[in-house]
Design a protein around this ligand. Structure first.
Ligand code: AMP
Length: 274
C-alpha cells in the first residue's frame, strides 16, 4: 500500500489506471469495523481500492468538534494495509482547499431537513468535498454507509443531478455486539454514556417490530420510540421514504426510521431501513 499526500501523486496514479475498475472509500479516519466493511466491499468489487482520510473542515459548523475529532493516523494506516487497500490518500487542508472556492449547495428541501436542519450548511461541505474527491480520483464505484442515510441520499442525488459517471454503493450499518452503531464519535462516550446510547438502537428495533406487526402509522411509532428515548435528549425522530420525503404511513421496503440524540455532550445519529 502506498500512502499519498499530494494532488500530483493522485493524478499520476489516475493516468495509469488504464481499464481497471477503481473503488473509492472516503472517510474522516479513526477507522472502525464500519469503515472496514466499506473497504472490504470495495476490495471485492474493484481492481484498485483507494481510501481517503480527511477531516473536512467545511462540513463542521462553528462550535462543533472539528478540533477534537478523533485522530488515529498510525492505526488507520495499519488497518488499510491489512485490508488490502492499494492507495491511502491523506491530504492536508491546504492541499484540498484554497481561499476562495466554488461550493456545492445542498438542495433546498432534502439538504435542509433533519441533519440539514440541525446542522445548516453541513451538507454543502459534505457534497463539496465528495465532488472534489470524485473529480480527483474518478472512481468507478464509491462506497458510503447507510449509517449516514441522508448523506448517502444526497450524494446519490448529486451524482444524478450532475450526471457523474460513478456508481454509489450503499453499505449496511455495522454495530457492536449490543447493537450500538459504530461511529468514530463513540470514542467520546463514557461506559455509562454507552449504556444510554443503546436506547437509540432499541427504539429503532421497536419501530421495526411494530412495522413487522403491521403497525404502519408513523405518529404512533414515533410516540412509542419517544417513550424509550425519554432518558436521553432527542433531537429528532423521523420516518421518511427512500427519497427523504416525510410519510404518514410506513411503506414497506421504502422507509427509513431515523434518530438523532445527544448522550452526554455527544451527538449520535442512527437509523434502520424497513
Ligand atoms: P466517516 O469517517 O464518519 O465520515 O465515515 C466514512 C464512511 O463510513 C461514511 O460513508 C459512513 O457512512 C460510513 N460509516 C460510518 N460508520 C459506519 C458504520 N457503523 N457502518 C457502516 N458504515 C459506516
Amino acid at each position: 500500500m502506498e500512502v499519498i499526500n499530494t494532488i500530483d501523486q493522485i493524478k499520476i496514479i489516475r493516468q495509469n489506471y488504464g481499464n481497471k475498475t477503481i473503488g473509492f472509500v472516503p472517510t474522516m479516519g479513526a477507522l472502525h469495523e464500519g469503515h472496514l466493511s466499506l473497504i472490504q466491499q470495495a476490495r471485492q468489487e474493484n481492481d484498485i481500492v483507494i481510501v481517503s482520510i480527511f477531516v473536512n473542515p467545511t462540513q463542521f459548523l462553528e462550535g462543533e468538534d472539528l478540533e477534537k475529532y478523533p485522530k488515529k493516523e498510525q492505526a488507520d494506516i495499519k488497518i488499510c494495509q491489512l485490508a488490502g487497500v492499494d492507495y491511502l490518500f491523506m491530504p492536508t487542508k491546504d492541499t484540498i482547499y484554497t481561499d476562495d472556492e466554488i461550493k456545492v449547495l445542498a438542495p433546498n428541501i432534502r439538504g435542509y431537513i433533519l441533519e440539514g436542519y440541525n446542522r445548516p450548511s453541513h451538507f454543502d461541505g459534505v457534497l463539496t468535498i465528495v465532488l472534489k474527491l470524485f473529480g480527483l480520483i474518478q472512481p468507478t464505484n464509491a462506497y458510503f454507509g447507510k449509517k449516514d442515510a441522508q448523506q448517502l441520499s444526497l450524494i446519490q442525488q448529486m451524482v444524478d443531478n450532475l450526471f457523474l459517471p460513478i456508481n454509489i454503493k450503499a453499505i449496511n450499518t455495522k454495530r457492536d455486539s449490543k447493537g450500538l452503531a459504530l461511529s468514530s464519535r463513540n470514542a467520546y462516550l463514557t461506559p455509562k454514556d454507552k449504556e444510554k446510547a443503546l436506547l437509540i438502537s432499541k427504539s429503532l428495533n421497536l419501530a421495526l417490530k411494530m412495522v413487522a406487526q403491521n403497525e404502519l402509522d408513523v405518529e404512533l411509532i414515533k410516540q412509542k420510540m419517544y417513550t424509550i428515548l425519554d432518558p436521553i435528549e432527542v433531537e429528532y425522530i423521523a420516518i421518511v421514504n427512500y427519497e427523504f420525503k416525510y410519510i404518514e404511513k410506513v411503506e414497506i421496503k421504502n422507509s427509513i426510521v431515523l434518530v438523532a440524540a445527544k448522550v452526554g455532550s455527544t451527538r449520535l445519529i442512527d437509523n434502520m431501513w424497513m
